[in-house]
Design a protein around this ligand. Structure first.
Ligand code: C2E
Ligand code: MG
Ligand code: MG
Length: 557
């Protein structure tokens, strides 16, 4: 049985010829007549008594549901001044009845939507022949549908009803009943009135009136004071709705009175107010829209990725990529000792596209693998060309992305390229960001081992911006730390940046790593770094990234 069907209760059933008196006594005394059932094919519910008073009676004739009587119908009868004597259920019942076939009751929303649309609190569930095998009530539905989560951060005054129907305790119950029917409310508040201030004293609900009807007491002779429930449990407007919800559950009541600082009446909050707040129909509709929108966006994204993937593939085939080289400088020897290779995309349509834009995309589409291969190949070929020009000691750093690094044959592939261009592994350096190191640790350690065996050096790029601490990084056998440009910026003026960078430089020295500062733009930054033990720098101060030809000229100069 699904969750929706688990909230069906067994109904109180009578025939149209039953006397109204009997119906009322069933409603008021028949505790346990609404029971949770687990429906079985033989239509006899295996009931579990949960001690709830039935607030409606279903009328059946010839094994078919023909009508319904609710508490509201009985209150209406009372105010018409009609006695219950000699009246039958059939005379008072509402017919036809909004109901739902058991087989169609596949989820709670169907029941809830029907009840909201028809403004009813009881929904009979019928078998295929039209016999009411169960009853779903608004209260039981709401118990399941009210996620506490929605109430926690919302306040009483957001939803409370300020226009309260009230009267004074000396009023006759008959007048109270009339007021209820006239205003279409299920309760009247009894108050003490002093000038403009109303202080709540008690409450009378439809159920209270029906209970007295059963005793056949003349309601005109009773005053509200004799019938009302009190003391009242009151909350404040600033209380949160979860408190309201919990109090209603604990006291088994459907309304709470809201009072101000001096105990004055401000409003009332009902179960319906809470339920309206989380209208599941709207929520499920909203979720449907969201789901649809997300799937649309995913389709668009997939389409865009595919389109851009095709563009990138085309770009590599048409030679639109180019490597630029940013010099790396030794402040002590005053010489360029190497360069970082930085990719550029010269797109005929888009112009110069930044790697920050297309590298993440290439990662997603997997294009980074052939692209990374192209970068390694181009850089090694360039190293060879420079060596031929007599630049023998340059070390070129190449950025390696996460997907590329986690390729099992990376070291092998690099060795193949080094061999192809006949260059020693010391001429190449791989730059990895910290984020690469925190993924798939076992594989990363294995990769480091292979690179070490192949004598290929590794730098940790953008150090300080990722997730890894230096203590963590020690597990990996790398050679150089690149201090991220964000720490370098204004290092001579920014004491926090200075403290971090100095600590990193000190630790690196102890642990025998090389340190290089990137993004050095000013002489002051460079001087500060050098004075604090960092000799190697890269940044606009030395040079912007240059084309291969410009790089040769830069070195020669
Ligand atoms: P990165 O590896 O940290 O590269 C340094 C970036 O800082 C480069 O940006 C460089 O042009 C820039 N830069 C250098 N000096 C300065 C300076 O003094 N001030 C400032 N503000 N910036 C400076 P670029 O070339 O746009 O590259 C951006 C990122 O794209 C790189 O950051 C790297 O993560 C990635 N990337 C570049 N080429 C490749 C590549 O061939 N493969 C992979 N996987 N990623 C690459
Ligand atoms: Mg880099
Ligand atoms: Mg960097």
């Amino acid at each position: 049985m699904n969750i929706a069907k688990s909230i069906i209760f067994s109904p109180c059933i009578l025939t149209p010829s039953t006397s109204l008196n009997e119906a009322i006594s069933l409603m008021t005394k028949a505790k346990g007549s609404s029971c949770q059932i687990s429906y079985s094919e033989n239509r006899i519910p295996a009931s579990k008594n949960i001690g709830q008073i039935s607030s409606c009676i279903l009328i059946v004739e010839n094994k078919k549901l023909v009508g319904i009587i609710t508490e509201r119908d009985l209150v209406k009868l009372t105010i018409q001044g009609k006695t219950l004597q000699n009246k039958t259920v059939g005379e008072l019942m509402t017919s036809p009845v909004v109901s739902l076939l058991y087989d169609e009751f596949s989820d709670l929303y169907i029941a809830y939507s029907l009840m909201r649309r028809h403004r009813i609190r009881h929904l009979p569930i019928l078998d295929i022949q039209g016999y009411p095998i169960g009853l779903v009530t608004l209260s039981s539905l709401r118990q399941i549908l009210s996620p506490r989560y929605f109430f926690r951060f919302r306040q009483v005054d957001e939803v409370m009803t300020r226009h309260v129907i009230w009267d004074v305790p000396s009023t006759s119950v008959m007048e109270i009943a009339k007021k209820m029917v006239f205003n279409q409310v299920s309760c009247i508040l009894l108050v003490e009135q002093k000038s403009d201030i109303l202080t709540p004293l008690g409450i009378i609900t439809e159920k209270d009136i029906v209970q007295f009807q059963a005793l056949d007491i003349n309601l005109k002779e009773l005053t509200a004071e004799q019938l009302m429930s009190y003391p009242l449990f009151c909350l404040k407007p600033e209380d949160n709705l979860l408190q309201v919800y919990q109090k209603m559950e604990e006291l088994r009541i459907r309304r709470l009175v809201i009072t101000g600082k001096k105990g004055e009446l401000l409003g009332i909050i009902t179960e319906t107010d809470l339920a309206n707040l989380i209208d599941p129909i709207e929520m499920s509709g909203f979720l449907e829209i969201l789901k649809y929108r997300v799937s649309q966006l995913e389709e668009e994204k997939a389409f865009l990725l595919q389109k851009q993937g095709i563009e990138l593939n085309q770009a590599i085939a048409e030679n639109q990529f180019e490597l630029y080289y940013q010099p790396q400088f030794n402040l002590r020897t005053k010489k360029v000792f190497g360069a970082e290779a930085l990719i550029r995309w010269n797109s005929p349509e888009k112009g110069r596209v930044s790697p920050a834009e297309f590298i993440p995309l290439a990662e997603k589409t997997g294009f980074i693998i052939p692209l990374g291969q192209w970068v390694l190949e181009t850089a090694c070929k360039q190293i060879k060309d420079w060596q031929k020009e007599g630049l023998l000691h340059l070390q070129i750093s190449v950025n390696i992305s996460s997907k590329q690094f986690h390729q099992p044959n990376l070291a092998e592939e690099i060795l193949k390229i080094l061999k192809k261009y006949e260059i020693p592994p010391q001429c190449l350096k791989l730059e990895l960001t910290e984020s690469v190191l925190v993924q798939d640790i076992d594989m990363t350690l294995e990769q480091f081992k292979m690179l070490k065996a192949a004598k290929i050096e590794v730098s940790i790029d953008d150090f300080g911006t990722g997730y890894a601490s230096l203590a963590y990084l020690q597990h990996f056998d790398f050679n150089t730390l690149k201090i991220d440009c964000s720490f370098v910026k204004n290092i001579h003026k920014n004491s926090k940046n200075a403290a971090i960078t100095n600590a990193v430089i000190r630790m690196a020295k102890q642990l025998n790593f090389q340190v290089i500062a990137e993004g050095v733009e000013t002489k002051e930054e460079s001087d500060f770094l050098y004075a604090n033990g960092c000799e190697l720098i890269q940044g606009y101060l030395i040079s912007r990234p240059l084309s291969a030809r410009d790089f040769s000229k830069f070195i020669a100069f």
